[in-house]
Design a protein around this ligand. Structure first.
Ligand SMILES: [Fe+2]
Ligand SMILES: [Fe+2]
Length: 469
């Protein structure tokens, strides 16, 4: 196992909670929302307001008697108590998540020691209109100003792109933050046996945000190579490639998020495979191969707590090696095909695995070769519509391909062209004799006299692809 960064060791565990504690937390939220409503209807000091505050106070004291704090997180319409999803759809939970989202609140933590005066302030501040909170400098500042010391409000945990600075820089920050967060999440799973789904969703959401802001810039990082399937870059890349494939497809936010999550955690079960087998470079013995293949079962087991529609990531973890014609593993005798999301994740997984390499010069398959292979396996290993979706999004010469032009010059593809997939943007880096040139950008869509003849091996020309992306 690689050495983990310091922050990873400091991550708090995801503690399994009793049903009773979740019920207490839900009741507290119900009373809190009732108190906020009463304070909007009646003036401060009204008996009805006092009564509602009494109930909130009793509820939070009961919760904080056995534990020093409690934390509520909000993601879209879902509420989490100490990182555990509250599996219930009720009016007051929706009101609480809606209130938080409108006020740019991602989490609210209550600490032991909170007194009544602080609770009154919290009820009042949370009940303000979003514009009023903004005028006070945001909810955290408003609480601080009111002298509240035992309640902490956190921002939505989607990565916040800096207002200034280049898109390239922002993409780099998001990408490496996502990789680092995945390393930390993996550490938590290894140590505590539980995956922090909420955190994983934040990673997906942040990558999606960055794709919207600068698709080229963020996918460039996935195309750099220099990693392998055991690196934390692999799940982040598979997530990015999957989201990229459905970029123009009509999906609602929840579907997109679940698909991204399925891609991000598809190999999470590997944490339970012995490290010597995970990192073994030599060919595996049949018995060892069977152990490594168990990661699909281990992954599904780790994701078992997700239920209903959200159980799709569990299906993808289980099925991403099953193949469209079910010739892979595990054997799915009980169904005709893997879930559609599993079929798309399988293609993104194949692409990243085969094109990535620790060695930046030589890869197992070059990007354009991987595209040909994916099309060739369409109908057997891969679902034809999904393969079409993926190959269309990346183009026949995906970013990072090295190509020979009809002039004999050699160029690196650095941006796809969805309108004319065979005419991407390239950087010409070698002349027809193979001599290095000062890299020159060329938009092939606007250069009708140039066209790509074929893909070539960058190793033959000593081209470090990552340098030109
Ligand atoms: Fe896998
Ligand atoms: Fe994988």
């Amino acid at each position: 196992m690689t050495t983990l960064p310091r922050q990873a060791r400091e991550q708090p565990p995801v503690v399994a909670q009793s049903v009773e504690r979740i019920e207490q937390a839900k009741e507290f939220l119900r009373l809190l929302m009732a108190a906020i409503k009463d304070l909007r209807l009646y003036p401060k000091g009204h008996p009805r307001v006092d009564e509602a505050t009494d109930l909130v106070e009793t509820a939070i004291r009961d919760i904080l008697a056995p534990a020093p704090d409690i934390r509520f997180d909000v993601w879209e319409d879902a509420v989490f108590v100490n990182k555990e999803l509250v599996e219930e759809d009720s009016v007051y939970l929706r009101q609480f998540s809606g209130l938080c989202l409108e006020r740019k609140i991602g989490s609210v933590s209550f600490r032991r020691g909170i007194d009544r005066a602080e609770l009154v302030e919290v009820v009042q501040i949370l009940g303000l209109e979003p514009e009023e909170i903004i005028a006070l400098g945001g909810a955290p500042d408003a609480l601080k100003e009111a002298g509240v010391r035992h309640v902490r409000i956190g921002p939505p945990r989607v990565w916040q792109a800096p207002a200034s600075g280049s898109v390239e820089r922002a993409a780099e920050q998001v990408y490496y933050w996502a990789v680092q967060t995945f390393v930390e999440m993996t550490f938590e799973v290894e140590r505590y046996g539980q995956l922090d789904i909420l955190r994983a969703r934040f990673v997906v959401e942040s990558l999606q945000e960055m794709l919207l802001r600068g698709a080229r810039e963020i996918t460039r990082l996935a195309a750099m190579g220099g990693h392998d399937e055991e690196s934390a870059r692999h799940p982040v890349n598979v997530c990015l490639l999957t989201l990229l494939a459905v970029f123009g497809v009509e999906l609602d936010a929840r579907q997109r998020s679940n698909l991204g999550l399925a891609a991000l955690v598809h190999d999470i079960g590997k944490v339970n495979i012995p490290a010597d087998l995970r990192y073994k470079v030599d060919p595996l013995a049949p018995g060892e191969e069977a152990i490594r293949q168990r990661h699909v079962v281990e992954g599904a087991y780790l994701l078992r707590s997700l239920s209903g529609w959200d159980s799709i990531p569990m299906a993808a973890a289980f099925e991403h090696h099953a193949r469209f014609d079910l010739s892979g593993y595990p054997k799915l005798s009980f169904k005709e095909r893997p879930h559609p999301y599993s079929r798309l994740v399988a293609i993104a997984d194949f692409y990243d695995t085969t094109t990535a390499s620790r060695d930046r010069v030589r890869r197992v398959l070059r990007p354009e070769q991987a595209m040909v292979v994916i099309q060739g396996l369409s109908g057997t290993w891969f679902d034809p519509p999904m393969a079409a979706l993926f190959t269309h999004a990346l183009g026949p010469y995906p970013m990072g391909s090295v190509v020979e032009l009809d002039s004999g010059d050699v160029a690196v593809v650095y941006q796809a062209n969805l309108a004319e997939p065979t005419r991407p943007w390239v950087k010409v880096v070698r002349d027809r004799q193979g001599q290095a040139l000062e890299p020159t950008s060329l938009d092939l869509a606007r250069s009708p006299t140039h066209r790509i003849v074929r893909g070539v091996d960058p190793g033959r020309y000593g081209i470090d692809v990552a340098m030109h992306l």
